[in-house]
Ligand binder design. Structure first.
Ligand code: GDP
Ligand code: GDP
Length: 515
């Protein structure tokens, strides 16, 4: 008990300096002059000058932070300064609103309560309503109680939540925030490991495209909505992840851009290009089923090297760069060529980066399509066998034994859905947090006699605690201050994985001598 408490405190302290990956984001949308900036300034307490923009040029979206009821939220004023040209105004509002739709966790549409509803208001409302995010209509400029009553007239716009406010006079702002905050995703949610769940997911019954599971690992249900609530726990330091940053990596011609096109071109995807973290980089965000996938540097992926040698060098540099910004790496292998030295090289960087990895064996169509004789490929070779093929790949990429492997055809868009599902799964797995209590029950259950480690390299582990997520990092409190022997670490990682899965993610250990 006492030890658990201490260990939890250490874990907390380790997390104290971490800021959550991403605060929830609330977007403010609306026509010009309804009072968006006034509201924004009111909430953030800042006075951002919005004058002085060059004519005809849209001001960037303005971000700020609001603390209310003990919780910080990011705010974006999507209004910007719209072009002087009246005709451009509606399209500009829609462009801005769309950005709000993609990014935000909740949206406040502001309307001027002293004016009539206009058709851009109606169109904007419809656009927002299609997005399925929590929506609030702030009827602004309701400076007096008398005027407030009039807010009800705006219900015709179809919003459930209609609030009269006065941004300028600071009235009802607290009520608006209370309502918006209540609709935001819960703060700091971490998950307990889910129990083993039976049932292979057999959505892809086509012979050679069945979903692959990790050897020895059963996957938790993809849909954690079903998971009993009491198995979730609140903890400090992490915010529930809703955007997953994805790097598509691999050597030239394995099919990176083809896959990107397949992923961003699916029917259910809303895609929006946004500026990436580095100059000239463009990321594309795909919003599906309430989860955003941000593909890093899509412009870079689509750009091709001039010469083979140049392209190969560039592919390594880009892979490494993209890994830096990513949560999950999709490592693409060309099935027609198998794992090459360059693939292994890039795979090694992925492993070391601490990112979660999914191995995609692409062009599977090209090695399985049977010719007219029913026995051989069109080019006369026998078609590849999935199981044998996977073994070869796993052998060549041993260190990535935790990475799920999927056979796909980017060109024929086969099994591409599975890529989204697995990405979401591994993104969730890498942020899982195991309580120190569970960790120590686990530790008690491990039979360390089975570890094949030289006697003099053995350390006694008194207890262990998860100090970080993404990747899951464990601190071992031991009797001696020595680096863990390679095979001991591997043994322990396998045991942790058997118990808690962490599908797709490397597991890191740190040793601390206790005394
Ligand atoms: P935006 O273009 O939507 O960002 O609108 P602004 O915030 O620039 O506001 C447009 C005009 O409405 C300004 O002159 C504000 O002073 C005025 N305004 C904003 N909020 C209120 C309010 O609550 N009551 C009144 N009477 N005027 C307001
Ligand atoms: P990148 O250099 O990694 O971005 O590769 P590309 O996406 O440009 O693809 C290289 C070549 O492989 C192109 O000729 C593609 O048409 C082809 N290709 C990509 N994916 C597949 C696939 O799934 N099956 C087949 N048969 N060819 C593919």
């Amino acid at each position: 008990r006492e030890l658990e408490k201490v260990a939890d405190e250490i874990a907390l302290a380790a997390n104290a300096g971490r800021t959550p990956d991403r605060l929830p984001l609330v977007a403010i949308c609306g026509r010009p002059n309804v009072g968006k900036s006034t509201l924004f300034n009111r909430l953030t307490g800042t006075r951002r000058s919005i004058v002085g923009d060059e004519p005809g040029i849209t001001r960037d979206r303005i971000y700020g932070e609001v603390e209310w009821a003990g919780r910080n939220v990011r705010l974006v004023d999507t209004g910007g300064v719209v072009p002087d040209d009246e005709a451009l105004i509606p399209s500009e509002i829609f462009r801005q609103a769309k950005v709000g739709l993609e990014e935000a966790d909740a949206i406040i549409m502001v309307i001027d309560g002293r004016t009539e509803i206009t058709s851009p208001d109606i169109e904007l409302a419809r656009l927002l309503q299609r997005g399925g995010k929590p929506l609030f209509l702030a009827v602004n400029k309701m400076d007096t109680a008398q005027l407030e009553a009039g807010a009800e007239n705006f219900r015709t716009l179809g919003f459930k939540e209609v609030m009269p406010i006065s941004a300028e006079h600071n009235s009802n702002i607290g009520d608006l925030l209370d309502a918006v905050w209540a609709a935001l995703p819960p703060e700091f949610v971490a998950e307990e490991p889910e129990e083993n769940q039976e049932g292979e997911d057999d959505e892809f019954d086509e012979d050679s495209y069945g979903p692959q599971s990790l050897p020895g690992a059963q996957e938790p249900d993809e849909d954690d909505e079903e998971a009993p609530r009491e198995r979730k726990l609140r903890s400090h330091g992490e915010h529930v992840l809703r955007e997953t940053k994805v790097a598509i990596i691999g050597r030239p011609n394995v099919g990176k851009s083809t896959l990107l096109n397949a992923l961003t071109g699916t029917e259910r995807a809303i895609v929006s290009p946004i500026a990436g973290t580095t100059r000239d980089a463009v990321d594309e965000v795909v919003e599906r089923d309430g989860h955003s996938f941000r593909f890093i540097d899509t412009a870079g992926i689509r750009r091709k090297g001039k010469t083979t040698e140049m392209a190969e060098k560039l592919s390594v540099i880009m892979s490494r760069k993209h890994l830096e910004d990513a949560d999950v790496a999709l490592l693409i292998i060309d099935a027609t060529e198998g794992v090459t030295a360059l693939d292994a090289n890039i795979g090694g960087y992925a492993h070391e980066s601490g990112r979660s990895v999914i191995i995609l064996v692409n062009k599977w169509d090209a090695v399985t399509k049977v010719g007219p004789d029913g026995l051989t490929l069109y080019d006369g070779k026998p078609p590849a066998d999935r199981k044998a093929y996977e073994e070869q790949v796993r052998h060549a990429l041993k260190y990535l034994d935790y990475a799920p492997l999927i056979f796909i055809s980017a060109l024929e868009e086969l099994n591409v859905e599975e890529v989204f599902k697995k990405t979401q799964l591994v993104a969730r797995e890498r942020r899982k947090r195991i309580s120190t209590g569970n960790m120590n029950r686990f530790l008690d259950s491990v039979d360390f006699q089975r570890a094949s480690v030289p006697m003099n390299k053995r350390v006694k582990i008194y207890y262990m605690t998860q100090a970080a997520v993404a990747p899951p990092t464990f601190v071992l409190f031991t009797d001696r201050d020595v680096k863990l022997h390679f095979s001991y670490e591997r043994f322990l990682a396998n045991e942790v994985r058997d118990a808690f899965k962490f599908i797709g993610s490397p597991i890191w250990f740190k040793v601390k001598a206790r005394n």
